[in-house]
Design a protein around this ligand. Structure first.
Ligand code: FES
Ligand code: FE2
Length: 371
């Protein structure tokens, strides 16, 4: 007689980790996920196996074997007789369909041991490949198969050459932030730190701060800093022509800066994805169709690296001092974007709780600061 020992459901007791669920998150780039390969990852405090079957379809599974809790990502990808791809656990070889998580084989079973495999399933996460990125959906209720957003958010001004429907990643840089995702996102939205944290003779110094005035409008899941004529940046000079800059913020932690002239475009996307409560990952992804940037990107790599590390250093300091539960301050208007981020998050959570549509709490505004 075979007995199935019920696994405890850890998600039922999940304390509030401050992460938004029912949302798409940026994980790795499409190129980093090779056909036939699996990656062992952690996002939102959950172990995640990212994989791509030999046919090229990406998948994501909860990276714990339901039998004895070893990571499935340490196992092997397998092609079943019917051509379907499965993942074989490295411990006792149970196999799970890569896309549904359904258990398809328990090798140790013999004739007559009629064990119902349909009762065993590894949780799968919806995956969507868009603009050269692998997006993974983290549902609030793991058993709920309905998606609140059928596909990940799209950025206005994605750089697309004629005939292309997807952005092509030209550049990627990644850094670990030893802090909660909130601090990472707030750092992205914080105008006043730039002349201090990112001091560099090449682009900025803290001397000569100038007053700025920026116009903002709400968007579907965030807000946009409306197109303006920029003042001081070498990147703008390189692109040339009559430049328009627009910065978009989209929940849960996506900031995109688009720079365009009449002919060409650049879009720099920064995505902050939580790994767990005290660790986040920031991925900087760039798209462009400006030929001069192709050559420059090689030279620019060390600068982007330094830039992200400068942020990471401050956030590590912040993370270390979180243990003292400090009270934090907000001043006008340089901290307003942080306040908006918190409001957007709160509204997302409430809208899910009340089972109603998200109602963007941000109103059009003009904000001023000196940077
Ligand atoms: S632990 Fe995975 S098959 Fe036993
Ligand atoms: Fe920064």
């Amino acid at each position: 007689m075979t007995t199935l020992i019920q696994n405890p459901a850890p998600e039922m007791t999940r304390e509030d980790d401050g992460f938004l669920r029912d949302m798409w998150y940026v994980t790795v780039t499409a190129k980093e996920l090779k056909p036939g390969k699996m990656l062992q990852k952690q996002y939102l405090g959950e172990p995640v196996l990212l994989g791509r079957d030999p046919e090229g379809r990406a998948f994501a599974l909860r990276d714990i074997c339901p039998h004895r809790a070893v990571p499935l990502s340490k196992g092997q990808m397998w092609t079943e007789e019917d051509g379907q791809t499965s993942v074989a656990c490295p411990y006792h070889g149970w196999r799970f369909n890569a896309h549904s998580g359904q258990c398809v084989t328990i090798p140790s079973l013999v004739e007559g041991q009629n064990f119902d495999l349909t009762t065993i399933k590894v949780r799968r996460y919806p995956v969507y490949e868009q603009d050269g990125l692998i997006w993974v959906y983290f549902p609030a209720d793991p058993s709920d198969e309905t998606l609140s957003m059928a596909r990940p958010p799209r950025f206005a001004n994605m750089v697309l050459k004629p005939g292309q429907s997807e952005g092509r990643v030209k550049y990627i840089e990644r850094a670990q932030l030893e802090c909660h995702q909130d601090n990472g996102v707030i750092g992205l939205l914080d105008p006043a730190h730039t002349p201090y944290v990112h001091q560099s003779p090449l682009w900025r110094s803290s001397k000569g701060l100038k007053p700025k005035e920026k116009h903002f409008a709400p968007t579907e899941l965030g807000f946009t800093m409306l197109s303006h004529k920029p003042v001081n940046s070498p990147l703008y000079n390189i692109i040339g022509g009559s430049i328009k800059v627009e910065i978009q913020f989209i929940l849960p932690g996506l900031r995109a800066e688009s720079i365009r002239n009449e002919k060409h475009g650049y879009l720099g996307l920064a995505a902050v994805t939580p790994i767990h409560k005290d660790l986040s990952e920031i991925t900087q992804i760039m798209y462009w169709d400006t030929p001069v940037l192709d050559a420059l990107s090689l030279i620019a790599r060390p600068f982007t690296h330094t830039f992200l590390q400068q942020d990471a250093r401050v956030m590590r300091w912040q993370g270390e001092y979180a243990q003292y539960n400090p009270t934090l301050m907000q001043i006008p208007d340089a901290d307003t974007l942080m306040v908006w981020y918190k409001r957007l998050k709160r509204e997302w959570v409430r809208a899910r709780e009340d089972q109603r549509d998200f109602d963007n709490p941000i109103k059009p505004a003009v904000l001023r600061w000196r940077t």
